[in-house]
Design a protein around this ligand. Structure first.
Ligand code: PLP
Length: 279
């Protein structure tokens, strides 16, 4: 019997809530085998990131090659990439190994405000990795940073239609599909961006694959335990694709996985704790 395999190329979160540690738990919860290539180590806890050690890009190359030459991967999931040099190495090695599918979570700034990808590496990510990507999963601030300086016009969304336009603009940068995560701009019942926190009723995640737009609506959840939700969502999508689900089913199931994970989380630490990955 052969296993479904995902290679995770990402950073380690010493607090266990995000990054590689979360990715591996999500993949285990989905019954999928995880290989890893570590791009950086963070010293962090639920209150924030204290320091980052960037793994030299040539060592990241060795990890990727070692994994793909032997065990191989059905899907590669990319998270915190740490440097422009590492992005170049990833683009090169993934093209050489012709991996079937790539899920790219364009991690740039942590919820606690730390820069996890230097600003000068954003252009590298846009030009080298987006054209190789099967599904890109930006949140709204990441989507706006990817569009900045790209030459494409940056829309200023005020409602759901504006967010759909933003998803389409991002898709024109090269990925086959985009899942624009709406959690940073929750909507009112009338699908306008809520100006007051108490008006926030729903979150809409928008999947655009170049032709079709699919909306995933969830209730807006107020919780401090949202650390690592982006990593977990992208890993759940990668696990579902590796298990043979089509894109819409893979995303629908992953959105639900994270929603239940937030609802059933238990408090850990003094700050923003992790979601529950085993439910
Ligand atoms: N640390 C690492 C290593 C990560 O990969 C990420 C996110 O992908 C984070 C921290 C940030 O997580 P959050 O923004 O959920 O706090």
């Amino acid at each position: 019997m052969s296993a479904n395999r995902v290679l995770v190329i990402a950073g380690s979160d010493s607090s266990g809530g995000a990054g590689l540690e979360a990715d591996q738990r999500v993949l285990a919860a989905h019954g999928v085998y995880a290989l890893t290539a570590t791009t950086g180590l963070t010293a962090q806890n639920t209150l924030g990131v204290q320091d980052i050690f960037v793994v030299p890009s040539e060592f990241v190359r060795k990890q990727i090659n070692a994994g793909l030459e032997d065990v191989g991967a059905d899907v590669v999931k990319l998270g915190m990439l740490s440097s422009a040099e590492t992005i170049d190495v990833i683009a090169e090695t993934l093209q050489t190994h012709k991996v079937p599918a790539i899920v790219l979570d364009p991690v740039m700034i942590s919820t606690s405000g730390s820069q996890l990808l230097p600003e000068k590496a954003i252009k590298e990510l846009r030009t080298k990795l987006l054209p190789l990507t099967t599904v890109l999963t930006p949140n709204i601030p990441e989507a706006l940073l990817l569009l900045k300086d790209s030459g494409a016009e940056t829309p200023e969304p005020t409602d759901l239609l504006g967010l759909i336009e933003l998803a389409k603009k991002i898709c024109s940068l090269g990925p086959k599909a985009v899942l624009l995560k709406g959690g940073h701009l929750p909507l009112t019942k009338e699908k306008k961006i809520s100006q007051e926190p108490k008006e926030a009723a729903i979150v809409v995640d928008i999947l655009f694959d170049g032709t079709t737009t699919t909306l995933f609506e969830t209730e807006f959840l107020v919780s401090k335990n949202t650390h690592g939700t982006g990593c977990s969502l992208a890993s759940a999508i990668a696990a579902n694709l590796a298990s043979g689900k089509d894109m819409i089913r893979a995303v629908r199931s992953a959105v639900r996985f994270v929603e239940v994970g937030i609802k059933t989380s238990t408090d850990l630490g003094k700050g923003s704790g992790p979601i529950n990955h085993f439910h």
